[in-house]
Design a binder for this molecule. Sequence first.
Ligand code: GDP
Ligand code: MG
Length: 441
Amino acid sequence: NLSDKLESVFRKLRGQGRLTEEDVGEALREVRLVLLEADVNFKVVKDFVAAVRERALGQDVLKSLTPAQQVIKIVRDELARLMGDGVDNHLDLTARPPVGIMLCGLQGSGKTTTCGKLALSLRRDKRNPLLVPADVYRPAAIEQLKTLGRQLGVTVYESLPGQDPVRICEDARRYAELNGFDTLIFDTAGRLHIDDELMGELDRIKASLKPREILFVADAMTGQDAVNVAQSFNERLDVTGIVLTKLDGDARGGAALSIRAVTGKPIKFVGLGEKLDALDVFHADRMAQRILGMGDVLTLIEKAEAAIDKENAAEMEKRLRKEGFTLENFRDQLQSIKKMGSMESILKMIPGAGKQMKQLKDLQMPDKELKKIEAIISSMTPQERRDHRILNGSRRMRIAKGSGTTVHDINVLVKRFSEAQKMMKKMQKLGPKGMKNLMRG
Ligand code: GDP
Ligand code: MG
């Protein structure tokens, strides 16, 4: 794993006070090996190492009091630059509606899933997307998109299996014009390998529909292969951006580095899970940090802030002040935690948690746990939720039956809750600013 290895290189550097030119040379040799092993393209690595070396030796880095930190900073900055830091990677949807977004890539890379994720994200931006199934070769593909559409409440254009995909896209555009959809998301077919026939079809869709965005969807787990495929798609279709999926797995950035460098196209989004809200805008600086194993604290905070809707937070504060922390408002907070995505994806962003992920994964089933807690609280009367101290044995038995749990479950929850209540009292003294500082660690 790239970040673990870089971490150990830098631990060595950190251990020493002053650095010599040879120290830097040695560290960079290891960085070079690590990047090559992580499937970063050879030429990209060469340029990268040269750039870092020049900056590390050029300035007064070695003479400074904290040379190791400075070198690490240079590595991080250069990584970020390589991945397009400062480059605009927003979706360009400025054309006259309906604006087209076409997704392309190999089979299994995550096109259909990403179509759903994009639809959700566009809807949150108050747009009105239409999902268009242009993968006609596998009937299951159309069904998959329809299922996503149903989950999201987003319309999926009705096409028939076996129809010409270009024709489907054209008909869908007319349908969108007539029915007030402002964005078209084309879910195209994939193959297991690059295939001339498929490329021809994608070319024709592009020529006829002139989509504003052509996003190449790459599976980050496939390493160097993804880079070659990206290059072929880009040469043929001149894509406008990259979506890097499955970054929640073990793959950590090698593909991001090379695909960006080899195609010269911006990475616009990253996929962080199978769930439909597991799509993040790509941040080069944060990805660089992540590669270095420093954790992605900013993304975490952003997620928390987005989930806990501002008004809700104010409302919650009022309630807390008025009622104190009760099981009732605790349940409402659980909803916010759920909105933040699974606990697992959140834990991954915490510095240092990366290495413990394996153990964490074995230890807990957070989503299941949350559902259980919700069920228990829902089976209580409002009076019990407001004051858990009245929960005697027979009440606990009734609640266990009602929620399909055991009295033991109830006992554990009540115990944990009263601990949380104590903690809340302390945190309320800290205030919201204090909370944030706590999160930033
Ligand atoms: P397509 O053939 O390109 O349309 O790929 P799909 O959208 O059907 O995705 C293939 C598989 O990858 C499915 O099982 C998805 O749930 C999964 N998948 C897609 N994106 C992600 C992601 O970001 N993370 C994870 N873990 N799985 C993903
Ligand atoms: Mg698909």
